[in-house]
Design a protein around this ligand. Structure first.
Ligand SMILES: *Cc1c(COP(=O)(O)O)cnc(C)c1O
Length: 379
């Protein structure tokens, strides 16, 4: 098999056979002309069921995650919901790590629990805790590593072993790492989900999600949900995402080196209580991350001395780091998770520290980014 970037640029990306256009066109069409009733060209009938732009993205994503099938949805949460529809039935239990993306927890807690699914959470960095929290009805282990926003690292191979021994489906949200830095399927996970809105898209200009697996039977069920429910990625967003994936490797290398520079500059800073970045040798998950990832990614969080008020001032004062939700774009962003990305889990066991600031480190020049954060901490 050829290397990651070669596949990113060529898999699912044939030149246009009619004109020779190097970049496949975007197929902005909802339906396809039939040669006779049921005579579909290349299988295309109606765009909810299939559109070439979406198919090209799906082929590219399956290749990059080391899966056999990928399905692209309208958002990360649409992908997650469609995957859960393919797996869960009333009475089933889903066990999640206790610092998943707030919207993921809200989806299960507010949409699935009322339909009879049981949800509990625990610290997935502690595999004994995971074992203790599993039930005979546990159908899904749902993990995010690195996690959002505390950058905790879970040992994916060990978790997969534990899940499989109990007959559970192991789902890894690979949004933070991206397939360039980590391929959970190769470590034993059954399914990968993505918010392609983030690093995969990489330019803060699209919304999307994906499910990737190498399990034929599960793929079949997810495919049916995608078709029957229709929470599909739009052709234009799919096309933008295929464009973005071609530069994923170089973007992730720069995101990682910039984040490392910022984390190292912030360690021991008198205005901070803690810096969370798996690339720091002092990070509790550093060794596992070094083993299962090929780089440590672009997300850094830190806790400010002086509590919520001090943290709120820091996020007001950065200039290059713009205050916004989301992450993974080429431009740096800062966020205050407890009132922004994680507002939906306030007051629950998933609540995040109120003095926490999260950085999505972009691909600008490292020295400028370090100077911006240092100036914001000086006040
Ligand atoms: C943003 C995000 C999601 C949700 O994705 P949307 O595209 O916003 O629906 C899920 N998981 C993680 C880790 C995220 O950062």
């Amino acid at each position: 098999m050829s290397g990651f970037s070669t596949r990113a640029i060529h898999d699912g990306q044939p030149f246009d056979p009619r004109t020779g256009a190097v970049v496949p066109p975007v197929f902005l069409t909802s339906t396809f002309v039939q040669t006779e009733v049921g005579g579909f060209r290349d299988g295309y009938e109606y765009a909810r069921g299939g559109n070439p732009s979406r198919d090209q993205l799906q082929e590219q994503l399956a290749s990059l995650e080391g899966g056999t099938h990928a399905y692209a949805f309208g958002s990360g949460l649409a992908a997650e919901d469609s995957l859960l529809r393919a797996i869960l039935r009333p009475g089933d239990h889903i066990l999640m790590s206790n610092d998943v993306y707030g919207g993921t927890h809200r989806l299960v807690d507010r949409m699935w629990v009322p339909w009879g699914v049981e949800l509990s959470t625990t610290d997935f960095t502690d595999l004994d805790a995971v074992r203790a929290a599993m039930r005979p009805t546990t159908k899904v282990l749902w993990v995010e590593t690195p996690s959002n926003p505390l950058m905790k690292i879970t040992d994916l191979a060990a978790l997969a072993e534990l899940g499989h021994a109990a007959g559970a489906v192991v789902v890894a949200d690979n949004t933070f790492a991206s397939p360039f830095l980590q391929q959970p399927l190769s470590l034993g996970a059954d399914v990968v989900v993505h918010s392609t809105t983030k690093y995969v898209g990489g330019h803060s200009d699209l919304l999307g999600g994906a499910v990737v697996t190498a399990d034929e039977e599960l793929a079949e069920r997810v495919h049916f949900v995608q078709f029957a429910v229709g929470a599909v990625n739009s052709p234009f967003d799919a096309w933008l995402t295929t464009r973005s994936l071609k530069t994923l490797a170089v973007r992730m290398e720069r995101h990682s080196s910039n984040a490392q520079a910022i984390a190292e500059a912030l360690v021991g800073h008198p205005a901070l209580e803690a810096v969370h970045y798996p690339g720091l040798p002092t990070h509790p998950g550093h060794e596992i991350a070094a083993r299962q990832m090929s780089g440590f990614g672009g997300m850094v969080s830190f806790q400010v001395r002086g509590g919520a008020e001090a943290a709120l001032q820091v996020v007001q004062r950065t200039e290059l780091f713009q205050l916004a939700e989301s992450l993974g774009g080429v431009e740096s962003l800062v966020c205050y998770p407890s009132e922004m990305t994680h507002a939906s889990v306030k007051g629950t066991e998933l609540a995040v520290p109120t003095n926490l600031v999260r950085l999505s480190v972009g691909i600008e020049d490292a020295a400028d980014l370090v100077a911006d954060v240092e100036a914001a901490l000086r006040g």
